[in-house]
Design a protein around this ligand. Sequence first.
Ligand code: ATP
Ligand code: ATP
Ligand code: MG
Ligand code: MG
Ligand code: MG
Ligand code: MG
Length: 290
Amino acid sequence: MANSKYEYVKNFELPDPLLPGTFLLFRLDGHSFHRFSAEHNFEKPNDVRALQLMDHAARDVMEEYPDIVLAFGESDEYSFLLKKSTSLYNRRQSKIVSTLTSYFTSCYVFRWATYFPDKPLEYPPSFDGRIVVYPGEREIRDYFAWRQADTHINNLYNTTFWALVQQGGQTTTEAHATLRGTYSKDKHEILFSRFKINYNQLDPRFRKGTILVREEEPEPTPAIEQVASAIENTATPSSECEQPATSPDSAKSKKQKKRAVKAKPRTRVVVIHTDIIRDEFWSARPNILV
Ligand code: ATP
Ligand code: ATP
Ligand code: MG
Ligand code: MG
Ligand code: MG
Ligand code: MG
């Protein structure tokens, strides 16, 4: 494109690269979801369809961006960890934040009707996004511990609050007053003695949030391999274009085959609801923090 006298304005656009060799932590959060959840009649304290929709949109994001190695979701927020070595969009901050936020948001809208078939969207939801750069493994582990501890604290409060309202007949003002100044053990006690709810037996999705990790696909079964090689053996070239065995093409195909054998195993994104604070999660998945 020809230069114009206007082009100097481009120089006002400043580069915004993120420090190389650091973990990039991308978090998004629903904008005014207090209102959005009320207008779309989310069940309280936890609307499972809304959580599954968040999880699905997050899975879509992970499938689109292979450099995301871990994600954690609760309520209207999701955190995504990009591997240290990522060169996604040359690590340009606003490009990454805007593209990922936008992709998540459109997946959320795209899949809305799957989870809420009887409830059309009343208005377009939006999400804010940010990236925080972390230098090391300790901070990353503490980051995810912080989010999961937050899930627990909020869920214990909300579960007790809504039990007081829905089963205890209190107004929301009364329920807030009942809970003011209470500790964790007091809430467990209210739930158990007044509503026969054993908090620790509630759905782990609500207590632990959702974790998305990549797992290796199982190796193809020998039966499939046999079929594949049978097809390969019968597919002989026609005599007209037959190539000598030493042709560059056949060498290339050998190379390709070798590469295929060495290729990284296929992975898929899996959804789990487990403890991310203790060592077990991390020691079982040493590849996340490389
Ligand atoms: P902000 O724009 O500052 O993020 P917000 O209204 O979204 O404001 P948050 O602190 O993000 O405030 O809280 C999100 C709110 O959305 C929760 O307090 C809860 O009321 C509601 N919410 C989100 N997901 C669910 C769900 N799955 N089930 C029920 N309520 C939900
Ligand atoms: P990047 O992700 O870097 O923005 P891009 O492929 O979107 O890459 P752009 O420079 O933004 O590249 O150009 C957008 C391209 O989309 C145009 O070059 C054109 O090919 C196509 N495009 C956008 N809008 C229209 C339209 N209304 N009609 C036809 N083509 C369009
Ligand atoms: Mg907020
Ligand atoms: Mg929000
Ligand atoms: Mg939130
Ligand atoms: Mg473009």
